[in-house]
Design a protein around this ligand. Structure first.
Ligand code: KG4
Ligand code: ZN
Length: 369
Protein backbone atom coordinates (compact mmCIF):
# COMPACT_ATOMS: atom_id res chain seq x y z
CA UNK A 1 0.00 0.00 0.00
CA UNK A 2 1.29 3.50 -0.88
CA UNK A 3 0.15 6.47 1.16
CA UNK A 4 0.52 10.14 0.29
CA UNK A 5 0.47 12.18 3.50
CA UNK A 6 0.19 15.87 4.39
CA UNK A 7 0.96 17.60 7.71
CA UNK A 8 0.22 21.29 8.37
CA UNK A 9 -0.87 21.40 12.03
CA UNK A 10 1.70 23.93 13.22
CA UNK A 11 4.72 25.56 11.57
CA UNK A 12 6.07 22.79 9.34
CA UNK A 13 4.58 22.13 5.92
CA UNK A 14 5.30 18.46 5.23
CA UNK A 15 4.48 15.85 2.59
CA UNK A 16 5.54 12.20 2.43
CA UNK A 17 5.15 9.17 0.23
CA UNK A 18 5.12 6.11 2.47
CA UNK A 19 5.10 2.47 1.48
CA UNK A 20 3.48 -0.03 3.86
CA UNK A 21 4.30 -3.69 3.44
CA UNK A 22 3.55 -6.40 5.97
CA UNK A 23 3.22 -3.87 8.77
CA UNK A 24 6.55 -2.20 7.98
CA UNK A 25 6.69 1.40 6.81
CA UNK A 26 9.23 3.19 4.65
CA UNK A 27 9.32 6.83 3.70
CA UNK A 28 10.02 6.53 -0.02
CA UNK A 29 10.34 10.30 -0.25
CA UNK A 30 9.45 13.30 1.89
CA UNK A 31 9.78 17.08 1.99
CA UNK A 32 9.49 19.53 4.85
CA UNK A 33 9.40 23.29 4.67
CA UNK A 34 10.08 24.82 8.07
CA UNK A 35 8.78 28.26 9.06
CA UNK A 36 11.03 28.64 12.10
CA UNK A 37 12.73 31.78 10.76
CA UNK A 38 9.40 33.49 10.07
CA UNK A 39 8.01 32.89 13.58
CA UNK A 40 11.29 33.37 15.42
CA UNK A 41 10.98 37.17 15.91
CA UNK A 42 7.62 36.59 17.64
CA UNK A 43 9.03 33.94 20.03
CA UNK A 44 6.26 31.51 19.02
CA UNK A 45 4.06 30.42 16.13
CA UNK A 46 1.65 33.06 14.74
CA UNK A 47 -1.34 31.02 13.45
CA UNK A 48 -2.37 33.21 10.51
CA UNK A 49 1.21 33.63 9.35
CA UNK A 50 1.62 29.84 9.53
CA UNK A 51 -1.49 29.34 7.39
CA UNK A 52 -0.28 31.81 4.79
CA UNK A 53 3.06 29.99 4.54
CA UNK A 54 1.35 26.58 4.28
CA UNK A 55 -0.84 27.95 1.48
CA UNK A 56 2.27 29.13 -0.36
CA UNK A 57 4.44 26.06 0.25
CA UNK A 58 2.12 23.05 0.21
CA UNK A 59 1.36 23.12 -3.55
CA UNK A 60 5.11 23.42 -4.24
CA UNK A 61 5.94 20.42 -2.03
CA UNK A 62 3.09 18.36 -3.48
CA UNK A 63 4.18 19.14 -7.03
CA UNK A 64 7.75 18.20 -6.12
CA UNK A 65 6.95 14.84 -4.51
CA UNK A 66 4.58 13.90 -7.34
CA UNK A 67 7.09 14.88 -10.06
CA UNK A 68 10.20 13.37 -8.45
CA UNK A 69 8.52 10.04 -7.81
CA UNK A 70 6.53 10.08 -11.05
CA UNK A 71 3.40 9.47 -8.98
CA UNK A 72 0.35 8.62 -11.05
CA UNK A 73 -3.16 8.30 -9.74
CA UNK A 74 -3.01 4.53 -9.73
CA UNK A 75 0.14 4.49 -7.53
CA UNK A 76 -1.68 5.90 -4.49
CA UNK A 77 -3.95 3.74 -2.32
CA UNK A 78 -4.66 6.18 0.49
CA UNK A 79 -4.33 9.89 1.23
CA UNK A 80 -3.67 10.82 4.87
CA UNK A 81 -3.80 14.26 6.45
CA UNK A 82 -3.56 15.70 9.96
CA UNK A 83 -7.09 16.68 10.97
CA UNK A 84 -6.10 17.86 14.48
CA UNK A 85 -5.11 18.83 17.10
CA UNK A 86 -3.29 21.97 16.02
CA UNK A 87 -3.79 25.56 14.90
CA UNK A 88 -7.06 25.78 13.02
CA UNK A 89 -5.92 28.18 10.24
CA UNK A 90 -2.94 25.88 9.63
CA UNK A 91 -4.95 22.64 9.72
CA UNK A 92 -7.48 24.01 7.23
CA UNK A 93 -4.84 24.42 4.53
CA UNK A 94 -3.69 20.78 4.73
CA UNK A 95 -7.15 19.24 5.05
CA UNK A 96 -8.50 21.32 2.19
CA UNK A 97 -5.65 20.31 -0.13
CA UNK A 98 -6.07 16.64 0.86
CA UNK A 99 -9.81 16.79 0.19
CA UNK A 100 -9.25 18.31 -3.26
CA UNK A 101 -6.68 15.62 -4.08
CA UNK A 102 -8.90 12.80 -2.81
CA UNK A 103 -11.76 14.09 -4.94
CA UNK A 104 -9.67 14.59 -8.08
CA UNK A 105 -8.05 11.15 -7.76
CA UNK A 106 -11.12 9.44 -6.26
CA UNK A 107 -9.06 7.96 -3.42
CA UNK A 108 -9.94 7.16 0.18
CA UNK A 109 -8.96 9.94 2.58
CA UNK A 110 -8.10 9.40 6.24
CA UNK A 111 -7.79 12.10 8.89
CA UNK A 112 -4.98 11.30 11.33
CA UNK A 113 -4.56 12.59 14.87
CA UNK A 114 -1.27 14.48 15.23
CA UNK A 115 -0.50 12.92 18.64
CA UNK A 116 -1.15 9.44 17.23
CA UNK A 117 1.30 10.50 14.51
CA UNK A 118 4.00 11.14 17.14
CA UNK A 119 3.36 7.66 18.60
CA UNK A 120 3.47 6.05 15.15
CA UNK A 121 6.69 7.88 14.20
CA UNK A 122 8.30 4.97 16.03
CA UNK A 123 7.03 2.56 13.38
CA UNK A 124 8.78 4.21 10.45
CA UNK A 125 11.27 1.55 9.40
CA UNK A 126 13.83 3.31 7.24
CA UNK A 127 14.46 6.66 5.66
CA UNK A 128 14.22 7.41 1.97
CA UNK A 129 17.71 6.70 0.69
CA UNK A 130 18.12 3.50 2.69
CA UNK A 131 15.13 1.91 1.05
CA UNK A 132 17.01 0.23 -1.79
CA UNK A 133 19.59 -1.22 0.56
CA UNK A 134 17.50 -2.28 3.51
CA UNK A 135 14.50 -3.53 1.49
CA UNK A 136 11.75 -4.57 3.83
CA UNK A 137 13.71 -5.67 6.85
CA UNK A 138 11.29 -5.51 9.75
CA UNK A 139 12.73 -3.03 12.22
CA UNK A 140 9.56 -2.85 14.25
CA UNK A 141 9.47 -6.39 15.53
CA UNK A 142 10.87 -4.99 18.78
CA UNK A 143 7.70 -3.00 19.50
CA UNK A 144 5.38 -5.17 21.56
CA UNK A 145 2.03 -4.35 23.15
CA UNK A 146 1.07 -3.17 25.70
CA UNK A 147 2.89 0.05 24.95
CA UNK A 148 3.44 3.03 27.25
CA UNK A 149 4.06 6.12 25.12
CA UNK A 150 5.48 9.36 26.47
CA UNK A 151 4.57 12.08 23.96
CA UNK A 152 6.32 15.38 24.61
CA UNK A 153 5.84 18.16 22.09
CA UNK A 154 5.25 21.90 21.86
CA UNK A 155 1.53 21.48 22.48
CA UNK A 156 1.27 18.20 24.40
CA UNK A 157 2.73 16.17 27.24
CA UNK A 158 0.94 12.87 27.59
CA UNK A 159 1.45 9.40 28.94
CA UNK A 160 -0.58 7.01 26.81
CA UNK A 161 -1.22 3.34 27.41
CA UNK A 162 -1.95 1.23 24.32
CA UNK A 163 -3.13 -2.37 24.54
CA UNK A 164 -3.30 -2.63 20.73
CA UNK A 165 -3.11 -0.42 17.65
CA UNK A 166 -5.38 2.63 17.74
CA UNK A 167 -6.32 1.98 21.35
CA UNK A 168 -5.26 5.08 23.28
CA UNK A 169 -5.76 5.44 27.00
CA UNK A 170 -4.37 8.72 28.34
CA UNK A 171 -3.23 7.99 31.89
CA UNK A 172 -1.49 11.32 32.51
CA UNK A 173 -1.12 14.73 30.92
CA UNK A 174 0.04 18.25 31.59
CA UNK A 175 -2.30 20.46 33.57
CA UNK A 176 -0.84 23.63 32.05
CA UNK A 177 2.21 24.12 29.76
CA UNK A 178 3.53 21.30 27.59
CA UNK A 179 7.18 20.26 28.01
CA UNK A 180 8.19 21.80 24.65
CA UNK A 181 6.30 24.97 25.47
CA UNK A 182 8.23 25.17 28.76
CA UNK A 183 11.52 24.93 26.84
CA UNK A 184 10.31 27.64 24.44
CA UNK A 185 9.29 29.96 27.29
CA UNK A 186 12.56 29.32 29.15
CA UNK A 187 14.49 30.28 26.01
CA UNK A 188 12.49 33.50 25.74
CA UNK A 189 13.25 34.40 29.39
CA UNK A 190 16.95 33.75 28.72
CA UNK A 191 16.96 35.80 25.51
CA UNK A 192 17.62 32.75 23.32
CA UNK A 193 16.04 31.94 19.94
CA UNK A 194 12.91 30.04 18.92
CA UNK A 195 12.25 27.10 19.06
CA UNK A 196 13.70 27.04 22.55
CA UNK A 197 14.30 23.31 23.03
CA UNK A 198 17.33 22.95 20.75
CA UNK A 199 18.81 26.25 22.04
CA UNK A 200 18.44 25.38 25.73
CA UNK A 201 19.72 21.84 25.24
CA UNK A 202 22.75 22.90 23.22
CA UNK A 203 23.81 25.47 25.87
CA UNK A 204 23.15 22.89 28.60
CA UNK A 205 25.35 20.37 26.78
CA UNK A 206 28.22 22.87 26.41
CA UNK A 207 27.97 23.76 30.09
CA UNK A 208 27.95 20.10 31.17
CA UNK A 209 31.15 19.46 29.19
CA UNK A 210 32.82 22.47 30.86
CA UNK A 211 31.57 21.32 34.25
CA UNK A 212 33.32 17.97 33.96
CA UNK A 213 36.44 19.49 32.41
CA UNK A 214 36.91 22.23 34.99
CA UNK A 215 35.35 20.29 37.89
CA UNK A 216 32.75 23.02 38.46
CA UNK A 217 30.61 22.50 41.57
CA UNK A 218 26.91 21.71 41.46
CA UNK A 219 24.63 24.62 40.63
CA UNK A 220 23.37 27.02 43.27
CA UNK A 221 20.42 27.86 41.01
CA UNK A 222 18.17 24.98 42.04
CA UNK A 223 14.80 24.85 40.24
CA UNK A 224 11.70 22.90 41.42
CA UNK A 225 10.57 19.51 40.02
CA UNK A 226 6.81 20.20 39.86
CA UNK A 227 4.37 17.43 40.83
CA UNK A 228 7.18 14.94 41.27
CA UNK A 229 5.47 13.38 44.25
CA UNK A 230 1.83 13.81 43.22
CA UNK A 231 -0.04 10.48 43.37
CA UNK A 232 -0.92 10.50 39.65
CA UNK A 233 0.76 10.65 36.25
CA UNK A 234 -0.02 14.28 35.47
CA UNK A 235 2.52 17.00 34.80
CA UNK A 236 2.77 20.76 35.35
CA UNK A 237 5.50 22.95 33.89
CA UNK A 238 4.24 26.51 34.31
CA UNK A 239 5.57 26.79 37.90
CA UNK A 240 9.00 25.73 36.71
CA UNK A 241 8.97 28.50 34.09
CA UNK A 242 7.95 31.03 36.77
CA UNK A 243 10.72 29.80 39.09
CA UNK A 244 13.20 30.34 36.26
CA UNK A 245 11.82 33.84 35.67
CA UNK A 246 12.30 34.77 39.36
CA UNK A 247 15.78 33.23 39.48
CA UNK A 248 16.85 35.31 36.49
CA UNK A 249 15.20 38.45 37.91
CA UNK A 250 17.03 37.98 41.23
CA UNK A 251 20.34 37.11 39.55
CA UNK A 252 20.61 39.38 36.46
CA UNK A 253 24.24 38.33 35.93
CA UNK A 254 22.86 35.02 34.54
CA UNK A 255 21.91 36.86 31.36
CA UNK A 256 25.32 38.53 31.05
CA UNK A 257 27.41 35.40 31.40
CA UNK A 258 27.39 32.61 28.79
CA UNK A 259 28.54 30.12 31.43
CA UNK A 260 25.79 31.05 33.87
CA UNK A 261 23.17 30.94 31.10
CA UNK A 262 24.43 27.44 30.28
CA UNK A 263 24.31 26.52 33.95
CA UNK A 264 20.66 27.56 34.33
CA UNK A 265 19.79 25.86 31.00
CA UNK A 266 21.29 22.60 32.30
CA UNK A 267 19.34 22.89 35.56
CA UNK A 268 16.10 23.71 33.72
CA UNK A 269 16.53 20.81 31.29
CA UNK A 270 17.31 18.43 34.15
CA UNK A 271 14.21 19.56 36.09
CA UNK A 272 12.00 18.74 33.06
CA UNK A 273 13.77 15.41 32.51
CA UNK A 274 13.55 14.41 36.21
CA UNK A 275 9.77 14.86 36.19
CA UNK A 276 9.27 13.09 32.84
CA UNK A 277 11.43 10.15 33.91
CA UNK A 278 9.88 9.78 37.35
CA UNK A 279 6.29 9.77 36.04
CA UNK A 280 7.09 7.44 33.12
CA UNK A 281 8.87 4.93 35.35
CA UNK A 282 6.10 5.06 37.98
CA UNK A 283 3.49 4.43 35.27
CA UNK A 284 5.58 1.62 33.81
CA UNK A 285 5.90 -0.05 37.23
CA UNK A 286 2.14 0.14 37.71
CA UNK A 287 0.92 -0.84 34.22
CA UNK A 288 3.82 -3.12 33.23
CA UNK A 289 4.01 -2.35 29.49
CA UNK A 290 6.25 -4.49 27.28
CA UNK A 291 7.53 -1.42 25.41
CA UNK A 292 8.10 2.22 26.33
CA UNK A 293 7.94 4.61 23.37
CA UNK A 294 9.09 8.21 23.20
CA UNK A 295 7.73 10.73 20.70
CA UNK A 296 7.15 14.43 19.89
CA UNK A 297 9.59 17.31 19.38
CA UNK A 298 11.12 17.11 22.89
CA UNK A 299 12.03 13.46 22.19
CA UNK A 300 14.81 14.89 20.01
CA UNK A 301 16.48 15.93 23.28
CA UNK A 302 19.67 13.86 23.62
CA UNK A 303 19.76 13.95 27.44
CA UNK A 304 16.14 12.82 27.71
CA UNK A 305 16.77 9.95 25.27
CA UNK A 306 19.92 8.90 27.11
CA UNK A 307 18.64 9.23 30.68
CA UNK A 308 15.38 7.40 29.97
CA UNK A 309 17.34 4.53 28.40
CA UNK A 310 19.57 4.32 31.49
CA UNK A 311 16.66 4.40 33.92
CA UNK A 312 14.75 1.68 32.08
CA UNK A 313 17.88 -0.47 31.91
CA UNK A 314 18.51 -0.05 35.65
CA UNK A 315 14.99 -0.25 37.04
CA UNK A 316 12.86 -2.28 34.59
CA UNK A 317 15.37 -4.08 32.35
CA UNK A 318 12.78 -6.41 30.80
CA UNK A 319 10.93 -3.47 29.24
CA UNK A 320 11.83 -2.59 25.66
CA UNK A 321 12.68 1.00 24.79
CA UNK A 322 11.82 2.46 21.40
CA UNK A 323 12.81 5.86 20.06
CA UNK A 324 11.97 7.56 16.77
CA UNK A 325 14.79 8.66 14.49
CA UNK A 326 15.39 12.27 15.63
CA UNK A 327 14.13 13.57 12.29
CA UNK A 328 10.82 11.84 13.06
CA UNK A 329 10.71 13.27 16.60
CA UNK A 330 9.82 16.61 15.04
CA UNK A 331 6.69 17.25 12.98
CA UNK A 332 6.70 15.35 9.69
CA UNK A 333 4.23 13.79 7.27
CA UNK A 334 5.60 10.21 7.29
CA UNK A 335 4.25 9.72 10.82
CA UNK A 336 0.83 10.94 9.61
CA UNK A 337 0.91 8.33 6.86
CA UNK A 338 1.54 5.55 9.41
CA UNK A 339 -1.10 6.82 11.86
CA UNK A 340 -3.51 7.16 8.93
CA UNK A 341 -2.76 3.62 7.81
CA UNK A 342 -3.61 2.16 11.23
CA UNK A 343 -6.79 4.23 11.45
CA UNK A 344 -7.84 3.07 7.96
CA UNK A 345 -7.18 -0.54 8.96
CA UNK A 346 -9.10 -0.23 12.22
CA UNK A 347 -12.40 0.84 10.62
CA UNK A 348 -14.43 -1.88 8.86
CA UNK A 349 -16.67 0.40 6.84
CA UNK A 350 -14.23 1.84 4.31
CA UNK A 351 -16.99 3.88 2.66
CA UNK A 352 -16.50 6.65 5.22
CA UNK A 353 -12.99 7.18 3.84
CA UNK A 354 -14.36 7.40 0.27
CA UNK A 355 -16.81 10.08 1.43
CA UNK A 356 -14.21 12.01 3.41
CA UNK A 357 -13.37 14.34 0.49
CA UNK A 358 -16.67 16.11 1.22
CA UNK A 359 -17.15 15.32 4.93
CA UNK A 360 -13.81 15.73 6.69
CA UNK A 361 -13.42 18.67 9.06
CA UNK A 362 -10.34 20.02 10.81
CA UNK A 363 -10.55 20.00 14.61
CA UNK A 364 -8.13 22.17 16.62
CA UNK A 365 -8.70 20.17 19.82
CA UNK A 366 -9.22 16.70 18.34
CA UNK A 367 -9.04 14.04 21.05
CA UNK A 368 -7.12 10.78 20.73
CA UNK A 369 -9.56 7.95 19.99
O1 KG4 B 1 6.36 17.88 17.92
P1 KG4 B 1 6.83 19.22 17.57
O2 KG4 B 1 7.76 19.36 16.38
O3 KG4 B 1 5.61 20.19 17.32
C1 KG4 B 1 4.44 20.10 18.08
O4 KG4 B 1 3.63 19.19 17.80
O5 KG4 B 1 4.34 20.92 19.00
O6 KG4 B 1 7.53 19.82 18.88
C2 KG4 B 1 8.09 21.09 18.89
C3 KG4 B 1 8.64 21.34 20.27
C4 KG4 B 1 9.11 22.77 20.49
O7 KG4 B 1 8.53 23.25 21.69
C5 KG4 B 1 10.62 22.64 20.63
O8 KG4 B 1 11.21 23.59 21.49
C6 KG4 B 1 10.76 21.24 21.18
O9 KG4 B 1 9.75 20.48 20.52
N1 KG4 B 1 12.08 20.65 20.92
C7 KG4 B 1 12.97 20.32 21.87
C8 KG4 B 1 14.13 19.87 21.21
N2 KG4 B 1 13.91 19.93 19.86
C9 KG4 B 1 12.65 20.42 19.70
N3 KG4 B 1 12.88 20.37 23.21
C10 KG4 B 1 13.95 19.97 23.94
N4 KG4 B 1 15.10 19.55 23.37
C11 KG4 B 1 15.24 19.48 22.02
N5 KG4 B 1 16.39 19.05 21.48
ZN1 ZN C 1 4.05 17.63 16.81
Amino acid sequence: MQILAIETSCDETAVALVKAKKGVFFAVDEYISSQTKIHSPFGGVVPNLAAREHLKNLPILLKKIIAKNKIRRKDIDLIAVTEGPGLIPALLIGTNAAKALAYAWQKPLVGANHIAGHVYANFIGAISKQIQKSKFKNQNSSIEFPILALIVSGGHTELILMKKHMNFNIIGQTLDDAAGEAFDKAAKILGLGYPGGPEVSSLAEKYKKQKTRYKIQDTKYRLPRPMLNSPNFNFSFSGLKTALLYTVRDNPKILRSKRLTGEICAEFQQAVIDVLLHKTLSAAKKFKPKTILLGGGVSANKELRKQLRKKIKNEIPDTKYQLPDTKYSLDNAAMIAVAGHFKFRSVKNKKIFRDNWKKMEADASLKLS
